[in-house]
Design a protein around this ligand. Structure first.
Ligand code: 6PG
Ligand code: NI
Length: 188
């Protein structure tokens, strides 16, 4: 049987997709992710929302597509800007497209060997995430950073390796500037 086509309007101010499944990630869900553990524990007393995802997902079948907006709030843990957990796709060869809607930020991408790339994003930026690259978005601004992601329905999320090892680069604020620097805790 054919599935029904669907059109929805993303609220471009809030990132909300009507009818989508909402996921909330608070700082407490990101334990071990930030380099500055003292700053993490301090901010954990407030346990702010770091990001929300509004997803319209299909059954995990080859050929179908999911889409989701992410609303990534502004903030820092120590010098490090707020970010999403970051993941490889469980089916590692599945690619993805991101489209910047609001605010300012970027994407850290990384191969399994630890080669990292940083791509800045603003409203209108399209980012192509090739097969096999882990990806994490970072809010480098002072308002919510909102973007749309479109990805294969059978891609899945593999958080394990990033949770353990992180990315080889950090995105930090230093002297009021955004810097992409080597992660001192990175191990191959
Ligand atoms: C995906 C997308 C994207 C991502 C969110 C939250 O594959 O679904 O990359 O929707 O999941 O931006 O980021 P994390 O999944 O890394 O927490
Ligand atoms: Ni993804």
């Amino acid at each position: 049987e054919y599935k029904n086509p669907l059109g929805v309007d993303i609220d471009l101010e809030t990132g909300v997709i009507p009818g989508a499944k909402k996921l909330v990630r608070r700082l407490g869900d990101l334990k071990g992710y930030f380099v500055d553990e003292k700053a993490y524990e301090e901010l954990l007393k407030e346990n702010p929302v770091v990001y929300e995802v509004y997803a319209i997902e299909q059954e995990e079948k080859d050929g179908d597509l999911n889409f989701a907006t992410t609303v990534l709030y502004p903030g820092k843990v120590g010098k490090e800007f707020f970010f999403t957990k970051g993941h490889y796709h469980s089916k590692a060869d599945r690619a993805e497209i991101y489209y910047g809607i609001k605010g300012k930020g970027g994407m850290l991408l990384q191969t399994p060997e630890g080669k990292a790339e940083w791509i800045e994003m603003r409203p209108g930026t399209v980012v192509y995430v090739p097969p096999y690259w882990a990806h994490r978005t970072v809010n480098t601004g002072d308002e919510p950073f909102i973007f749309l992601a479109i990805y294969p329905a059978d891609a899945g999320h593999d958080y394990g390796s990033i949770k353990e090892k992180g990315f080889s680069k950090l995105v930090i604020e230093e002297n009021g500037e955004v810097r992409v620097v080597d992660n001192p805790k990175w191990k191959e």
